[in-house]
Design a protein around this ligand. Structure first.
Ligand SMILES: Cc1cc2nc3c(=O)[nH]c(=O)nc-3n(C[C@H](O)[C@H](O)[C@H](O)COP(=O)(O)OP(=O)(O)OC[C@H]3O[C@@H](n4cnc5c(N)ncnc54)[C@H](O)[C@@H]3O)c2cc1C
Length: 460
Protein backbone atom coordinates (compact mmCIF):
# COMPACT_ATOMS: atom_id res chain seq x y z
CA UNK A 1 0.00 0.00 0.00
CA UNK A 2 1.36 3.43 -0.89
CA UNK A 3 1.10 6.77 0.96
CA UNK A 4 2.52 10.21 0.16
CA UNK A 5 3.50 12.82 2.73
CA UNK A 6 5.88 15.74 2.39
CA UNK A 7 7.37 14.82 5.74
CA UNK A 8 7.41 11.43 7.45
CA UNK A 9 8.49 11.28 11.08
CA UNK A 10 9.43 7.91 12.54
CA UNK A 11 8.70 7.90 16.26
CA UNK A 12 6.25 9.73 18.48
CA UNK A 13 8.33 10.42 21.59
CA UNK A 14 9.21 13.96 22.59
CA UNK A 15 11.59 14.44 19.65
CA UNK A 16 9.22 13.13 16.98
CA UNK A 17 6.19 15.03 18.26
CA UNK A 18 8.04 18.33 18.69
CA UNK A 19 9.42 18.09 15.14
CA UNK A 20 5.94 17.22 13.86
CA UNK A 21 4.55 20.35 15.50
CA UNK A 22 7.01 22.45 13.50
CA UNK A 23 6.78 20.62 10.15
CA UNK A 24 2.98 20.48 10.22
CA UNK A 25 2.84 24.27 10.23
CA UNK A 26 3.66 24.19 6.49
CA UNK A 27 4.10 20.60 5.30
CA UNK A 28 1.77 17.61 5.09
CA UNK A 29 3.14 15.46 7.92
CA UNK A 30 2.71 11.85 9.01
CA UNK A 31 4.02 10.35 12.26
CA UNK A 32 4.66 6.59 12.22
CA UNK A 33 5.06 4.86 15.55
CA UNK A 34 5.41 1.21 16.46
CA UNK A 35 3.74 2.08 19.78
CA UNK A 36 0.59 3.99 20.54
CA UNK A 37 2.14 7.53 20.67
CA UNK A 38 1.87 8.30 24.38
CA UNK A 39 3.40 4.93 25.30
CA UNK A 40 6.78 6.18 24.03
CA UNK A 41 9.64 6.05 26.54
CA UNK A 42 9.60 9.84 26.92
CA UNK A 43 6.52 9.21 29.07
CA UNK A 44 8.71 7.37 31.60
CA UNK A 45 10.97 10.40 32.22
CA UNK A 46 10.57 11.41 35.80
CA UNK A 47 12.91 14.06 37.10
CA UNK A 48 12.71 17.12 34.91
CA UNK A 49 13.85 19.31 32.04
CA UNK A 50 16.67 21.78 32.57
CA UNK A 51 16.62 25.50 31.76
CA UNK A 52 18.39 28.45 33.38
CA UNK A 53 15.15 30.25 34.23
CA UNK A 54 16.58 31.47 37.54
CA UNK A 55 13.21 31.12 39.28
CA UNK A 56 14.63 29.86 42.60
CA UNK A 57 18.13 31.38 42.53
CA UNK A 58 20.39 33.18 40.07
CA UNK A 59 21.22 31.09 36.98
CA UNK A 60 22.62 31.70 33.49
CA UNK A 61 22.68 29.80 30.18
CA UNK A 62 26.49 30.19 30.16
CA UNK A 63 26.72 28.19 33.40
CA UNK A 64 24.38 25.56 31.95
CA UNK A 65 26.50 25.27 28.78
CA UNK A 66 29.69 24.95 30.88
CA UNK A 67 28.16 22.16 32.99
CA UNK A 68 27.02 20.34 29.84
CA UNK A 69 30.53 20.45 28.35
CA UNK A 70 32.25 19.49 31.59
CA UNK A 71 29.70 16.78 32.41
CA UNK A 72 30.32 15.28 28.94
CA UNK A 73 34.03 15.00 29.79
CA UNK A 74 34.94 17.75 27.30
CA UNK A 75 33.91 15.58 24.33
CA UNK A 76 30.82 17.73 23.69
CA UNK A 77 30.35 19.82 20.54
CA UNK A 78 30.55 23.18 22.31
CA UNK A 79 28.48 25.05 19.74
CA UNK A 80 25.67 22.53 20.29
CA UNK A 81 25.95 23.00 24.06
CA UNK A 82 25.57 26.78 23.70
CA UNK A 83 22.47 26.32 21.55
CA UNK A 84 21.02 23.80 24.02
CA UNK A 85 21.51 26.07 27.03
CA UNK A 86 20.46 29.30 25.26
CA UNK A 87 17.30 27.88 23.62
CA UNK A 88 16.31 26.03 26.81
CA UNK A 89 14.65 29.03 28.41
CA UNK A 90 12.28 29.75 25.52
CA UNK A 91 11.68 26.01 24.99
CA UNK A 92 10.38 25.58 28.54
CA UNK A 93 8.13 28.64 28.29
CA UNK A 94 6.83 27.31 24.93
CA UNK A 95 5.90 24.03 26.63
CA UNK A 96 4.21 25.99 29.42
CA UNK A 97 2.23 28.05 26.90
CA UNK A 98 1.18 24.87 25.12
CA UNK A 99 -0.40 23.63 28.33
CA UNK A 100 2.24 21.68 30.28
CA UNK A 101 1.23 21.62 33.97
CA UNK A 102 4.60 22.31 35.64
CA UNK A 103 4.95 22.15 39.43
CA UNK A 104 4.91 25.72 40.79
CA UNK A 105 6.62 27.93 43.35
CA UNK A 106 4.44 29.60 45.99
CA UNK A 107 4.29 32.75 43.85
CA UNK A 108 3.12 30.82 40.80
CA UNK A 109 6.31 30.51 38.74
CA UNK A 110 7.72 27.22 37.36
CA UNK A 111 9.44 25.49 40.29
CA UNK A 112 13.02 24.22 39.89
CA UNK A 113 15.07 21.61 41.72
CA UNK A 114 18.64 20.37 41.86
CA UNK A 115 20.02 17.67 39.57
CA UNK A 116 23.41 16.02 39.11
CA UNK A 117 26.18 18.09 37.55
CA UNK A 118 24.14 21.31 37.28
CA UNK A 119 26.03 24.11 39.02
CA UNK A 120 26.25 27.85 39.53
CA UNK A 121 29.25 30.01 38.70
CA UNK A 122 31.09 27.34 36.73
CA UNK A 123 31.11 24.57 39.33
CA UNK A 124 30.95 26.45 42.65
CA UNK A 125 27.95 24.47 43.94
CA UNK A 126 24.62 22.93 42.95
CA UNK A 127 21.92 25.11 41.37
CA UNK A 128 18.15 24.66 41.03
CA UNK A 129 17.78 24.30 37.25
CA UNK A 130 15.45 21.32 36.64
CA UNK A 131 11.85 22.31 35.81
CA UNK A 132 9.45 19.48 36.63
CA UNK A 133 5.89 18.26 36.89
CA UNK A 134 6.12 16.14 40.08
CA UNK A 135 7.97 12.98 38.95
CA UNK A 136 5.93 12.74 35.76
CA UNK A 137 7.68 15.37 33.63
CA UNK A 138 8.04 13.23 30.49
CA UNK A 139 4.46 12.00 30.73
CA UNK A 140 3.23 15.60 30.78
CA UNK A 141 5.48 16.56 27.84
CA UNK A 142 4.08 13.71 25.73
CA UNK A 143 0.46 14.51 26.56
CA UNK A 144 1.00 18.20 25.83
CA UNK A 145 2.73 17.63 22.48
CA UNK A 146 0.33 14.90 21.36
CA UNK A 147 -2.73 17.07 21.84
CA UNK A 148 -1.05 19.93 19.98
CA UNK A 149 -0.20 17.60 17.07
CA UNK A 150 -3.82 16.45 16.89
CA UNK A 151 -4.85 20.10 16.80
CA UNK A 152 -2.39 20.69 13.91
CA UNK A 153 -3.90 17.76 11.98
CA UNK A 154 -0.77 15.61 11.91
CA UNK A 155 -1.65 12.17 10.48
CA UNK A 156 -0.80 9.37 12.92
CA UNK A 157 -0.06 5.80 11.86
CA UNK A 158 -0.01 3.99 15.20
CA UNK A 159 1.56 0.54 15.52
CA UNK A 160 3.37 0.85 12.20
CA UNK A 161 6.97 -0.35 12.53
CA UNK A 162 9.49 1.09 10.07
CA UNK A 163 11.85 -1.60 8.83
CA UNK A 164 13.60 0.05 5.89
CA UNK A 165 14.49 3.42 4.41
CA UNK A 166 14.44 4.19 0.69
CA UNK A 167 17.73 5.82 -0.31
CA UNK A 168 18.74 6.72 -3.83
CA UNK A 169 22.37 7.80 -3.90
CA UNK A 170 22.48 10.96 -1.80
CA UNK A 171 18.70 11.40 -1.49
CA UNK A 172 16.19 9.91 0.90
CA UNK A 173 12.83 9.13 -0.68
CA UNK A 174 10.75 7.49 2.02
CA UNK A 175 10.39 4.47 4.30
CA UNK A 176 8.83 1.01 4.36
CA UNK A 177 6.74 0.06 7.38
CA UNK A 178 4.95 -3.06 8.52
CA UNK A 179 1.45 -2.60 9.93
CA UNK A 180 1.61 -4.69 13.09
CA UNK A 181 -2.10 -5.54 13.22
CA UNK A 182 -2.17 -7.10 9.74
CA UNK A 183 1.43 -7.76 8.67
CA UNK A 184 0.87 -5.65 5.54
CA UNK A 185 3.81 -3.69 4.14
CA UNK A 186 3.29 0.02 3.44
CA UNK A 187 5.46 2.36 1.35
CA UNK A 188 5.59 5.95 2.54
CA UNK A 189 6.96 8.26 -0.16
CA UNK A 190 8.32 11.48 1.33
CA UNK A 191 10.37 14.56 0.55
CA UNK A 192 11.92 14.34 4.00
CA UNK A 193 12.19 11.61 6.65
CA UNK A 194 13.10 12.22 10.30
CA UNK A 195 14.17 9.36 12.54
CA UNK A 196 13.18 9.90 16.20
CA UNK A 197 13.14 6.28 17.32
CA UNK A 198 14.64 6.75 20.79
CA UNK A 199 17.30 4.85 22.72
CA UNK A 200 18.58 1.29 22.79
CA UNK A 201 19.05 0.36 26.45
CA UNK A 202 17.59 -3.06 25.68
CA UNK A 203 20.97 -4.20 24.40
CA UNK A 204 21.73 -4.66 28.13
CA UNK A 205 20.14 -7.12 30.56
CA UNK A 206 19.62 -4.65 33.41
CA UNK A 207 18.26 -1.38 32.08
CA UNK A 208 15.88 1.43 32.91
CA UNK A 209 14.65 1.42 29.32
CA UNK A 210 11.27 0.27 28.03
CA UNK A 211 11.01 -3.01 26.11
CA UNK A 212 10.50 -1.03 22.89
CA UNK A 213 13.93 0.68 23.15
CA UNK A 214 15.68 -1.61 20.70
CA UNK A 215 17.48 0.93 18.51
CA UNK A 216 15.52 0.35 15.31
CA UNK A 217 16.40 3.71 13.74
CA UNK A 218 20.18 3.45 14.01
CA UNK A 219 19.93 -0.21 12.90
CA UNK A 220 17.89 0.58 9.77
CA UNK A 221 20.40 3.25 8.75
CA UNK A 222 23.48 1.19 9.66
CA UNK A 223 22.17 -1.59 7.40
CA UNK A 224 22.28 0.99 4.59
CA UNK A 225 25.90 1.76 5.34
CA UNK A 226 25.39 4.99 7.29
CA UNK A 227 28.05 5.16 10.02
CA UNK A 228 26.99 5.66 13.65
CA UNK A 229 28.80 7.97 16.06
CA UNK A 230 30.02 7.62 19.68
CA UNK A 231 28.44 4.19 20.14
CA UNK A 232 30.92 3.39 22.94
CA UNK A 233 29.43 6.10 25.16
CA UNK A 234 26.57 4.46 27.05
CA UNK A 235 25.40 5.94 30.33
CA UNK A 236 24.77 3.91 33.46
CA UNK A 237 22.40 5.67 35.83
CA UNK A 238 23.59 5.16 39.41
CA UNK A 239 20.21 4.42 40.97
CA UNK A 240 18.26 1.59 39.39
CA UNK A 241 16.24 -0.69 41.65
CA UNK A 242 18.62 -3.54 42.48
CA UNK A 243 18.12 -6.56 40.23
CA UNK A 244 15.38 -4.92 38.14
CA UNK A 245 17.01 -1.78 36.75
CA UNK A 246 13.81 0.25 37.11
CA UNK A 247 14.83 3.86 37.52
CA UNK A 248 14.79 5.76 40.80
CA UNK A 249 15.10 9.31 39.53
CA UNK A 250 18.06 11.49 40.43
CA UNK A 251 15.45 13.90 41.78
CA UNK A 252 15.43 11.78 44.96
CA UNK A 253 19.00 12.97 45.53
CA UNK A 254 18.05 16.41 44.17
CA UNK A 255 15.52 16.67 46.99
CA UNK A 256 18.12 15.56 49.57
CA UNK A 257 18.40 11.75 49.35
CA UNK A 258 21.81 10.30 50.30
CA UNK A 259 23.76 7.23 49.13
CA UNK A 260 25.30 5.11 51.91
CA UNK A 261 27.48 1.99 52.06
CA UNK A 262 27.31 -0.91 54.55
CA UNK A 263 29.18 1.12 57.18
CA UNK A 264 26.50 3.80 56.89
CA UNK A 265 29.05 6.19 55.33
CA UNK A 266 28.06 8.90 52.87
CA UNK A 267 30.74 7.61 50.50
CA UNK A 268 30.33 10.35 47.85
CA UNK A 269 32.25 12.61 50.26
CA UNK A 270 35.37 10.69 49.15
CA UNK A 271 34.71 10.91 45.42
CA UNK A 272 33.11 14.34 44.84
CA UNK A 273 33.52 16.58 47.91
CA UNK A 274 31.68 19.58 46.37
CA UNK A 275 28.75 18.04 44.53
CA UNK A 276 28.53 14.88 46.69
CA UNK A 277 25.53 12.74 45.68
CA UNK A 278 24.76 15.19 42.86
CA UNK A 279 27.99 14.63 40.93
CA UNK A 280 27.53 13.62 37.25
CA UNK A 281 26.13 10.13 36.74
CA UNK A 282 29.28 8.46 35.44
CA UNK A 283 31.15 9.51 38.59
CA UNK A 284 28.44 8.32 40.97
CA UNK A 285 28.04 4.98 39.12
CA UNK A 286 31.78 4.34 39.27
CA UNK A 287 31.85 5.29 42.96
CA UNK A 288 29.11 2.75 43.75
CA UNK A 289 30.93 -0.03 41.89
CA UNK A 290 34.22 0.90 43.59
CA UNK A 291 32.54 0.65 47.02
CA UNK A 292 31.09 -2.76 46.11
CA UNK A 293 34.44 -4.02 44.78
CA UNK A 294 36.06 -2.96 48.06
CA UNK A 295 33.55 -5.03 50.05
CA UNK A 296 31.57 -2.03 51.32
CA UNK A 297 28.34 -2.94 49.49
CA UNK A 298 25.40 -3.85 51.71
CA UNK A 299 26.11 -7.60 51.46
CA UNK A 300 29.86 -7.08 51.50
CA UNK A 301 30.63 -10.04 49.20
CA UNK A 302 32.29 -7.87 46.47
CA UNK A 303 29.99 -9.45 43.85
CA UNK A 304 28.82 -7.34 40.93
CA UNK A 305 25.16 -7.62 41.99
CA UNK A 306 25.72 -6.35 45.55
CA UNK A 307 24.10 -2.94 46.17
CA UNK A 308 24.17 0.30 48.18
CA UNK A 309 21.39 2.17 49.95
CA UNK A 310 19.65 5.29 48.73
CA UNK A 311 18.30 6.85 51.88
CA UNK A 312 15.35 9.25 51.77
CA UNK A 313 13.96 8.43 55.22
CA UNK A 314 15.12 11.76 56.67
CA UNK A 315 13.15 13.84 54.13
CA UNK A 316 9.84 15.43 55.11
CA UNK A 317 7.01 13.02 54.36
CA UNK A 318 5.38 15.77 52.31
CA UNK A 319 8.37 15.91 49.92
CA UNK A 320 8.00 12.30 48.79
CA UNK A 321 4.24 12.60 48.56
CA UNK A 322 4.10 15.88 46.64
CA UNK A 323 7.26 15.75 44.55
CA UNK A 324 8.06 12.04 44.10
CA UNK A 325 4.73 10.17 44.24
CA UNK A 326 5.52 7.66 41.45
CA UNK A 327 8.86 6.72 43.03
CA UNK A 328 7.12 5.99 46.33
CA UNK A 329 4.67 3.78 44.40
CA UNK A 330 7.45 1.94 42.50
CA UNK A 331 9.23 1.09 45.76
CA UNK A 332 6.04 -0.22 47.33
CA UNK A 333 5.05 -2.22 44.23
CA UNK A 334 8.39 -3.73 43.18
CA UNK A 335 10.25 -3.95 46.48
CA UNK A 336 7.53 -3.91 49.11
CA UNK A 337 9.33 -1.06 50.89
CA UNK A 338 8.12 2.39 51.84
CA UNK A 339 10.94 4.88 51.13
CA UNK A 340 9.62 7.04 53.98
CA UNK A 341 10.82 4.39 56.43
CA UNK A 342 13.29 2.12 54.60
CA UNK A 343 16.31 2.93 52.37
CA UNK A 344 16.00 1.89 48.70
CA UNK A 345 18.48 -0.82 47.49
CA UNK A 346 20.10 0.52 44.31
CA UNK A 347 22.67 -0.41 41.68
CA UNK A 348 23.70 1.27 38.39
CA UNK A 349 21.40 0.51 35.44
CA UNK A 350 21.96 0.91 31.67
CA UNK A 351 20.15 4.14 30.90
CA UNK A 352 21.05 6.39 27.99
CA UNK A 353 22.77 6.26 24.60
CA UNK A 354 24.95 9.30 24.04
CA UNK A 355 25.80 8.00 20.56
CA UNK A 356 23.63 7.25 17.57
CA UNK A 357 22.87 8.62 14.12
CA UNK A 358 25.31 11.49 13.47
CA UNK A 359 23.64 14.82 12.69
CA UNK A 360 24.53 18.47 12.21
CA UNK A 361 22.95 21.27 14.27
CA UNK A 362 19.80 21.21 12.08
CA UNK A 363 19.22 17.48 12.42
CA UNK A 364 20.56 16.55 8.96
CA UNK A 365 22.16 13.11 8.97
CA UNK A 366 25.90 13.35 8.38
CA UNK A 367 27.45 10.46 6.50
CA UNK A 368 31.18 11.14 6.39
CA UNK A 369 33.97 12.97 8.18
CA UNK A 370 33.69 15.92 5.77
CA UNK A 371 30.12 16.66 6.88
CA UNK A 372 28.51 15.18 3.74
CA UNK A 373 24.74 14.71 4.03
CA UNK A 374 21.91 12.72 2.48
CA UNK A 375 19.26 15.12 1.22
CA UNK A 376 15.96 14.80 3.06
CA UNK A 377 17.28 12.52 5.83
CA UNK A 378 17.10 13.80 9.42
CA UNK A 379 17.37 12.47 12.97
CA UNK A 380 16.59 13.90 16.43
CA UNK A 381 16.27 12.81 20.05
CA UNK A 382 18.04 9.92 21.73
CA UNK A 383 18.59 7.95 18.49
CA UNK A 384 20.56 10.92 17.11
CA UNK A 385 24.03 12.11 18.04
CA UNK A 386 24.37 15.85 17.60
CA UNK A 387 27.23 15.39 20.07
CA UNK A 388 25.69 17.69 22.68
CA UNK A 389 26.20 15.14 25.50
CA UNK A 390 29.78 14.07 24.72
CA UNK A 391 30.71 11.00 26.76
CA UNK A 392 28.12 11.54 29.52
CA UNK A 393 24.74 13.30 29.48
CA UNK A 394 23.66 15.38 32.46
CA UNK A 395 20.27 14.53 33.97
CA UNK A 396 17.38 16.62 32.52
CA UNK A 397 19.43 17.51 29.41
CA UNK A 398 17.78 14.79 27.32
CA UNK A 399 14.21 16.05 27.50
CA UNK A 400 15.73 19.42 26.67
CA UNK A 401 17.65 17.95 23.70
CA UNK A 402 14.36 16.54 22.29
CA UNK A 403 12.66 19.90 22.41
CA UNK A 404 15.56 22.10 21.27
CA UNK A 405 16.97 19.91 18.48
CA UNK A 406 13.59 18.36 17.55
CA UNK A 407 12.38 21.90 16.97
CA UNK A 408 15.45 22.89 14.92
CA UNK A 409 15.11 19.80 12.70
CA UNK A 410 11.38 20.49 12.23
CA UNK A 411 12.02 24.08 11.18
CA UNK A 412 14.73 22.99 8.71
CA UNK A 413 12.48 20.31 7.20
CA UNK A 414 9.57 22.69 6.73
CA UNK A 415 11.81 25.03 4.72
CA UNK A 416 13.50 22.20 2.78
CA UNK A 417 10.33 20.52 1.51
CA UNK A 418 8.92 23.82 0.22
CA UNK A 419 11.54 24.02 -2.50
CA UNK A 420 11.55 20.49 -3.93
CA UNK A 421 9.23 18.14 -5.80
CA UNK A 422 8.23 14.69 -4.62
CA UNK A 423 11.11 12.40 -5.55
CA UNK A 424 10.35 9.64 -8.04
CA UNK A 425 10.51 6.31 -6.27
CA UNK A 426 10.50 2.80 -7.62
CA UNK A 427 7.15 0.98 -7.68
CA UNK A 428 5.83 -0.13 -4.29
CA UNK A 429 6.54 -3.70 -5.22
CA UNK A 430 10.22 -3.07 -5.93
CA UNK A 431 10.72 -0.94 -2.80
CA UNK A 432 8.97 -3.47 -0.60
CA UNK A 433 10.69 -6.54 -2.03
CA UNK A 434 13.95 -5.80 -0.23
CA UNK A 435 12.15 -5.34 3.11
CA UNK A 436 10.23 -8.55 2.53
CA UNK A 437 13.54 -10.40 2.12
CA UNK A 438 14.52 -9.30 5.65
CA UNK A 439 11.24 -10.46 7.10
CA UNK A 440 11.51 -13.82 5.36
CA UNK A 441 15.03 -14.30 6.71
CA UNK A 442 13.74 -13.79 10.25
CA UNK A 443 10.64 -15.91 9.92
CA UNK A 444 11.66 -18.93 7.85
CA UNK A 445 13.11 -20.35 11.07
CA UNK A 446 15.04 -23.22 9.55
CA UNK A 447 18.71 -22.27 9.46
CA UNK A 448 21.21 -20.64 11.79
CA UNK A 449 21.12 -19.60 15.44
CA UNK A 450 17.94 -18.54 17.25
CA UNK A 451 17.40 -14.76 17.36
CA UNK A 452 16.23 -14.93 20.97
CA UNK A 453 19.43 -16.68 22.03
CA UNK A 454 21.62 -14.09 20.34
CA UNK A 455 19.69 -11.31 22.09
CA UNK A 456 20.08 -12.97 25.48
CA UNK A 457 23.79 -13.56 25.01
CA UNK A 458 24.34 -9.95 23.98
CA UNK A 459 22.29 -8.59 26.90
CA UNK A 460 24.14 -10.67 29.45
C1 LIG B 1 13.02 5.72 33.07
C2 LIG B 1 13.62 6.91 32.37
C3 LIG B 1 13.59 8.17 32.98
C4 LIG B 1 14.14 9.27 32.35
N1 LIG B 1 14.09 10.49 32.96
C5 LIG B 1 14.56 11.58 32.32
C6 LIG B 1 14.44 12.88 32.90
O1 LIG B 1 13.87 13.06 33.97
N2 LIG B 1 14.94 13.93 32.22
C7 LIG B 1 15.56 13.79 31.02
O2 LIG B 1 16.00 14.78 30.46
N3 LIG B 1 15.68 12.57 30.44
C8 LIG B 1 15.19 11.48 31.06
N4 LIG B 1 15.30 10.25 30.47
C9 LIG B 1 15.82 10.16 29.09
C10 LIG B 1 14.74 10.61 28.12
O3 LIG B 1 13.48 10.32 28.63
C11 LIG B 1 14.89 9.94 26.76
O4 LIG B 1 16.20 10.09 26.29
C12 LIG B 1 13.94 10.59 25.76
O5 LIG B 1 12.63 10.61 26.26
C13 LIG B 1 13.94 9.90 24.40
O6 LIG B 1 12.96 10.53 23.60
P1 LIG B 1 12.83 10.24 22.06
O7 LIG B 1 11.75 11.11 21.54
O8 LIG B 1 14.15 10.32 21.41
O9 LIG B 1 12.39 8.70 21.99
P2 LIG B 1 11.21 7.87 22.73
O10 LIG B 1 10.40 8.69 23.63
O11 LIG B 1 11.84 6.64 23.24
O12 LIG B 1 10.28 7.51 21.51
C14 LIG B 1 10.70 6.64 20.48
C15 LIG B 1 9.58 6.52 19.49
O13 LIG B 1 10.04 5.83 18.34
C16 LIG B 1 9.08 4.88 17.97
N5 LIG B 1 9.79 3.82 17.23
C17 LIG B 1 10.92 3.17 17.58
N6 LIG B 1 11.28 2.31 16.62
C18 LIG B 1 10.36 2.44 15.64
C19 LIG B 1 10.17 1.82 14.37
N7 LIG B 1 11.00 0.89 13.90
N8 LIG B 1 9.10 2.18 13.64
C20 LIG B 1 8.22 3.10 14.09
N9 LIG B 1 8.36 3.73 15.28
C21 LIG B 1 9.41 3.40 16.02
C22 LIG B 1 8.43 4.43 19.24
O14 LIG B 1 7.14 3.92 18.98
C23 LIG B 1 8.37 5.75 20.00
O15 LIG B 1 7.22 6.46 19.64
C24 LIG B 1 14.75 9.12 31.08
C25 LIG B 1 14.77 7.88 30.46
C26 LIG B 1 14.23 6.77 31.11
C27 LIG B 1 14.33 5.43 30.43
Amino acid sequence: MRHEYECVIVGSGGAGLYSALETSAGAKTAVLSKLYPVRSHTGAAQGGISAALGNREEDKPEWHAFDTVKGGDYLVDQQAAMILARDAVQAVYDLENRGLPFSRTKDGRIDQRRFGGHTKEFGKGPVRRACYAADRTGHMILQTLYQQCIKNKVAFFDEFQVIDVILDGKTCKGVIAIELATGTLHTFAAKAVLFATGGFGRIFKITSNAFANTGDGPAVLARKGIPLQDMEFFQFHPTGIKGLGILITEAVRGEGGILRNSAGERFMEQYAPTLLDLAPRDMVSRAIMTEIAAGRGMRGDKKIDDYVDLNATHLDKGVLEAKLPDITDFCKTYLGVDPNHTPIPVLPTAHYAMGGIPTDLDGRVVVDEKGGIIHGLYAAGECACVSVHGANRLGTNSLLDLVVFGRRAGIHIEEYVKNIDFPAIPSDAAAEAEAQKWIDRLTDGKKGPHGGHITEEMQT
